[in-house]
Design a protein around this ligand. Structure first.
Ligand code: 13P
Length: 247
């Protein structure tokens, strides 16, 4: 049985002080939960989040990373820096970064490799647009994203990677994929991983993301190929996020 992994993606929300306020409540609310819990916070909140979640069941992640260790890349943060402060996870290739910051399958692939070199576990995001879904190319598009993202990644490295299937039309729209549609795409992703890595595919965590809330978490997370979620807006409130985690 694969474990369930529920990650919050705060996106560009919460100051360090607000992070402290959130964690003061949240740590207590989820202390007995057995699922894996990850909070991906803005860079500026990482240090305080790491400090406050020491000796708790919460892991901390970043939301992006550069592929170089250092250099003249104004405004960027390197995998070496994240590793140095004790960050464990990093979201790579979120659709918002692909859409607004020109991230491509190629840069996603470079970032995954750089993250792994620094012991960071990537949460790699894939997902189709509404237009792609409507013209019926979801399977082809998403499996191509997976193949391209994973070029040069071996099976041992693959075990450290989480895949998050996030249909773009469901992100921040309140429109959730049906549990059947979400599971179908997660299944296609797992089939692709089987082709690439054989039985290792059965161990890989594949999350669903896109308007996950307390009211739909259970039906989604109980599907055969959905191993938890990547939660945006609903991860900002400790009580709501806790209800999702305790689905
Ligand atoms: P929402 O849960 O706000 O739809 O965001 C999903 C997402 O993009 C998580 O990475």
């Amino acid at each position: 049985m694969r474990r369930k992994v529920i990650a919050g993606n705060w996106k560009m929300n919460k100051t360090p002080l607000e992070t402290v306020e959130f964690l003061k409540k949240f740590i207590d609310l989820i202390k007995d939960v057995e699922h894996d819990i990850i909070l991906c916070v803005p860079y500026i909140d990482l240090l305080v989040a790491l400090e406050l979640t020491k000796n708790t069941n919460i892991k901390i992640g970043a939301q992006n990373v550069h592929f170089k260790d250092s250099g003249a890349y104004t405004g960027e943060v390197s995998p070496k820096m994240l590793q140095d402060i004790g960050v464990e996870y990093v979201i790579i290739g979120h659709s918002e970064r692909r859409a607004y910051y020109n991230e491509t399958d190629e840069s996603v692939n470079m970032k995954i490799k750089a993250a792994l070199e620094h012991e960071l576990k990537p949460i790699v995001c894939v997902g189709e647009t509404l237009e792609q879904r409507e013209v019926g190319v979801t399977k082809e598009f998403v499996t191509t994203q997976i193949r391209n993202a994973l070029i040069g990644i071996d099976a041992k490295q693959m075990k450290k990677i989480i895949i998050a299937y996030e249909p773009i039309w469901a992100i921040g729209t309140g429109k959730t994929a049906s549990k059947e549609d979400a599971n179908e795409v997660c299944h296609w992703i797992r089939e692709e991983l089987h082709t690439l890595y054989g039985d290792v595919a059965d161990e890989i965590i594949i999350q669903y993301g896109g308007s996950v809330k307390a009211s739909n978490a259970k039906e989604l997370f109980e599907m055969s190929d959905i191993d938890g979620g990547l939660v945006g807006g609903s991860s900002l409130e400790p009580e709501e996020f806790t209800r999702i985690i305790k689905f």
